[in-house]
Design a binder for this molecule. Structure first.
Ligand code: HEC
Ligand code: HEC
Ligand code: HEC
Ligand code: HEC
Ligand code: HEC
Length: 179
């Protein structure tokens, strides 16, 4: 019981903080990335599987984003066309940015699109492996393979999690998501 009381108190404090600092952004939320990486070009047009790049999604709580080395597995050879463009920039110009990061041995500073507050915990593995693949990436992230720029289409608010947990009879115990 004491543990629950502590959690409730901690959460109450964090609500005040979050109300002060986080302006609930309007959906869809799609920040500008350092390279105009298109999921449509990769997962859509070229049908590269989600898990090829986000390979930790079924193995760990985090889905992970591709290291530059993995990109270069293809982009040492693929330099891109000057005919195809993304938001006014050519594929070739965007791939050049990738190759520059690689040459400078720098990680690409991708901006997180989906991020829960510190007090809430999510676990990809449990969702992806549930009844083989009843829950798809698209259930929560939308049709990413059609997006040039990833946008967040779900609120990620507690009510959103709970609605599905109720429907699928998954745990709604506070300590499942807050600990
Ligand atoms: C399995 C091969 C493969 C991998 C891995 C891969 N790409 Fe690509 N990429 C392609 C192909 C194919 C194209 C389309 C080229 C064209 O049509 O000119 C492309 C196009 C691009 C483009 C231009 C279109 C766009 O998205 O703006 C960029 C930038 C790019 N890739 C970045 C990356 C980055 C960053 C990574 C690593 C996170 C990566 N690629 C991993 C195959 C790959
Ligand atoms: C070629 C590699 C590649 C493939 C294939 C790929 N992704 Fe990604 N994904 C990335 C990279 C790089 C980023 C970070 C840049 C960005 O947000 O666009 C990313 C970002 C994301 C994000 C946003 C992460 C955040 O910051 O919250 C989601 C969600 C996502 N991918 C889902 C998917 C899904 C679903 C598929 C399959 C339909 C997929 N990805 C296929 C490389 C890939
Ligand atoms: C049940 C909903 C749900 C499903 C299904 C889901 N995600 Fe996520 N995803 C989330 C949430 C919530 C976050 C934010 C997690 C956080 O901040 O701790 C997230 C974050 C991410 C991120 C960025 C942060 C990270 O963990 O690396 C990527 C990339 C991502 N998801 C890709 C995928 C891919 C690929 C799939 C399918 C294999 C998938 N997701 C399936 C809800 C989901
Ligand atoms: C299925 C996961 C899940 C369960 C179960 C859950 N929560 Fe949450 N909760 C979240 C997520 C995700 C957030 C952060 C997003 C938000 O603020 O809505 C959150 C946020 C909160 C907040 C802060 C609200 C805000 O506006 O910042 C409080 C307080 C809270 N939860 C209390 C509880 C209590 C008490 C229980 C048990 C009755 C509970 N939660 C059960 C996922 C869950
Ligand atoms: C589309 C439906 C869906 C959504 C949305 C969803 N979940 Fe779940 N979640 C499930 C199901 C189903 C399970 C049970 C998986 C199992 O039994 O293996 C689960 C399990 C979990 C678990 C593991 C529970 C345990 O017993 O260890 C956590 C943690 C969790 N969810 C957190 C969240 C949070 C946080 C959110 C919102 C950000 C969320 N979920 C949104 C369907 C969903």
């Amino acid at each position: 019981m004491r543990k629950v009381a502590v959690i409730v108190a901690t959460l109450a404090a964090s609500v005040v903080v979050s109300l002060l600092i986080v302006k609930r952004d309007v959906l869809p939320y799609a920040p500008q990335q350092p390279i105009l990486f298109s999921h449509k070009a990769h997962a859509g047009d070229n049908q590269i599987p989600c898990l090829y790049c986000h390979s930790y999604a079924t193995k760990s709580p985090v889905a992970g984003v591709q290291s530059v080395q993995k990109c270069m597995g293809c982009h040492t050879i693929i330099t891109g066309t000057t005919k195809d463009t993304i938001n006014g920039s050519t594929y070739q110009e965007e791939i050049k940015k990738l190759r520059d990061y690689w040459e400078r041995k720098e990680p690409i500073p991708w901006i997180r699109v989906h991020k829960l507050p510190e007090h809430a915990h999510f676990n990809h593995k449990r969702h992806i492996l549930y009844k083989k693949d009843e829950i798809k990436c698209q259930t929560c992230h939308g049709e990413v393979e059609k997006m040039d720029v990833v946008e967040r289409v779900s609120s990620l608010q507690m009510g959103w999690c709970i609605t599905c947990h109720k429907e699928k009879e998954a745990s709604r115990d506070c300590l499942t998501c807050h600990h």
